[in-house]
Design a protein around this ligand. Sequence first.
Ligand SMILES: *Cc1c(COP(=O)(O)O)cnc(C)c1O
Length: 449
Amino acid sequence: MTDTLTTASNTAGIAQERRVLTAIPGPKSLALQERRLAVVPVGVSSALPVFIERAHGAIVVDVDGNQFIDLGAGIGVMTIGHTDDAVIAAAAAQLGEFTHVMFTITPYEGYVRVAELLAEHTPGDFAKKTVLLNSGAEAVENAVKIARKYTGRTGVAVLDHAYHGRTNLTMAMTYKAMPYKLGFGPFAGEVHHAPNSYPFRDGLSGADAAARTIAYLEKAVGASDLACLVAEPIQGEGGFVVPADGYLPALQEWCTANGIVFIADEIQSGMARTGAYFASEHFGVVPDMVLSAKGIAGGLPIAGVTGRAEIMDASHPGGLGGTFAGNPVAAAAAIAVFDSIESRGLLAEAARIEGVLRPALLALQRKYDVIGDVRGIGAMLAIELVRPGTTDPNPAAVSAITAYAAQHGVLLLSAGTWGNVIRFLPSLAIGDTMLAEAIGVLDEAFASL
Ligand SMILES: *Cc1c(COP(=O)(O)O)cnc(C)c1O
C-alpha cells in the first residue's frame, strides 16, 4: 500500500508525512485551549490539547500546521482512514437527499441495508436482526434491555477491566472508577463484576480462568438470575487484554447451558480492526449478540446491536428506537465502510500492519526492559509497561513516552486499568513507511526515558 492517498475532498493536498513546525501545542492551539477552558467543563479533558483542522488517511493536521501520524484513529474509529473518498461521497449524497425523518415514523432503505450487512458479517449462520443506535453506550444499554426482556431475568455479568461506556448502566458495567465512575453514582443495580482472563497478570490457562469466572458468578449471583454476560473479545480501554485460548468458548458454553445471553461488545475490536470483521472469529465464539459502533461509519455516529432473531424480537413493537438512531447520513457512511472493506481487501491490511508492528514492538521489548508484554491481534496491538524486572505497572513511563511522541509528531493512546499500556490502533490506510517512521520515534522515546 502506498503512502500517497487521493481524495475528492479539500484534504487531498495533505501529504502522508509527519511534520513538526512549532512547539506542541503550537500558539494557535494554545489560544483555542484558553477559549475552550472558559466554556467547556474540565470533565471533558483532552489527551493532547492540539486543535485539529484537517485530516486525511493516517495524518491529522493541527491549526498550527503540524502533521501527526495518527496511531489512535480516534480510538479505532477511523479504521478505513480519515476523509475517505467513498465515505465522503456516500454521506454527501445522502445529505442532499434527506438527513432525518426518524426510522420509527417513516423508514428508509439505508437502515435496512446496514442491518443486512451486519447480519452478513457478524459471526453465526442463523437469522439475525439489528437495532441501530447513536453510540456504543446506547448499544450496550439496548443489548441489556433486550436480553432482560428475552430471558425474564435481571442480572448482568461483566468482566474485570471491562469498559462499556459512560451512561448510568454502562458506568455500572465499566470496571475502572477513575476517571469513569468516581462520584457519579448511584449506579444501576444487578451488575456483577467477575474476574477476567489476563494472561500477563494471572498466568492462568483459558480453561482455568473460565472456571474462576464461572465459579464466581455461580457463587455470588447464581446462573439462573443472569440475563446476559457481556464481554469484549479483546478488552479495549482495559489495555487490549487478549484472553487465554479457550476462555471465551468456555464462557459461551456455560452461558448457553444456563440460558444466559452471551453478548460480545465488539465496539472497539470489531469492523476489520483485527483482520476479521469481528474479533470473536479469532476465538471461535459465535455470540448471541454482537455490538458495534466505533469503526462502522468512518466517524459518523451510529451503533448496532445485532443478534439472534428470536432474541432481538423479544421486545414488543415500539420498545426500541431513538430520535436520531440509525441516522440516514451515518447509515450511508456505514454502507460505504462495509463496501470499502470488501472492495479494497482491508481485512488483509490489518494483517499487514500486524506484520510490521508486532516484530518491531517485540524488538523494542528486547531492547527496553520496561516493556513487560506485547499483545493484540491485527491493527489492535499494545505494549504493557512495567517497572523493569517486575510486573508492577509503570504509568509514568507511558506518560513520558506518549508526551515524547506527541512532541515529535506521533499520536499515541494510553490504556489499561493502571494507565500503563500504550495501544496501537492505526487506520488500515497507514502505509509501511509511516509505520516505520512512527516506530523510529517510539524507539527514540524509550531511549530518552
Ligand atoms: C468506546 C466503547 C464503548 C462506548 O462507546 P461510546 O460510543 O463511547 O458510547 C463501549 N464498549 C467498548 C468496548 C468501547 O470501546
